[in-house]
Design a protein around this ligand. Structure first.
Ligand SMILES: C[S@@+](CC[C@H](N)C(=O)[O-])C[C@H]1O[C@@H](n2cnc3c(N)ncnc32)[C@H](O)[C@@H]1O
Length: 183
């Protein structure tokens, strides 16, 4: 999805990116290697340590330990915000709404969001014992972006297997690429 966003935008040189819930940094790195200046935030020190190690030769990324729930941003700061896999880690639909409203405010007019989240349609969590994601309908996310231009919005099944337990399972996934109205 991030690759499709980059194909849509073209030149990333000098664009400011916020990657929230960056994890081990694959999206942040892809965007930085394309020329963007990336602020990559995650609440997990372990994920950030792995990211710093895996991508130690990549420039233009600032890795930062922070909880999105307590992080504030000036209005209209970023050209691109990526929140890939973050929303279903939050505690409630109200919290998702608050945080995505904050991220929307932090985005420049004409800027982009790339978001992805488990949704409530069909989750097989057998491979994830102990995980209790916050699941809301695909339409909840569409409503959050109802005042933006939607470039792409899908609710598809992702089939996967993780190497540590080899359990085949499926997640229903909302993916949205959207553009903030304005210049
Ligand atoms: C499903 S992972 C996705 C990681 C990465 N974006 C990717 O696509 O590979 C979700 C990430 O969000 C982070 N996260 C969860 N809650 C967070 C919070 N409140 N603030 C910042 N990061 C958070 C987790 O630590 C985790 O790395």
């Amino acid at each position: 999805m991030v690759k499709r966003l980059v194909r849509h935008i073209g030149n990333l040189s000098g664009l400011g990116v916020l990657d929230v819930g960056c994890g081990e940094g694959k999206n942040a790195t892809y965007l930085a290697e394309g020329g963007a200046l990336v602020r990559a935030i995650d609440v997990s020190e372990l994920a950030l340590a792995n990211a710093r190690l895996a991508w130690k030769n990549v420039t233009r990324i600032t890795w930062e330990q922070a909880d999105i729930r307590t992080t504030q941003f000036p209005d209209e700061t970023y050209d691109i915000v990526v929140a890939y896999g973050l929303a279903h880690c939050l505690l409630s639909p109200q919290e998702i709404k608050l945080i995505f409203t904050k991220l929307q405010r932090a985005t420049k007019m004409g800027g982009y969001h790339a978001i992805c989240s488990f949704n409530s349609r069909a989750q097989d969590l057998s491979a994830h014992p102990g995980l209790i994601p916050c699941l809301v309908p695909h339409e909840f996310y569409l409503e959050l972006y109802s005042h933006w231009s939607i470039l792409e919005a899908t609710d598809n099944d992702l089939e996967e297997v993780h190497p540590h337990n080899n359990i085949k399972h499926t997640h229903s996934l909302t993916r949205i690429l959207a553009r903030k109205p304005g210049s």
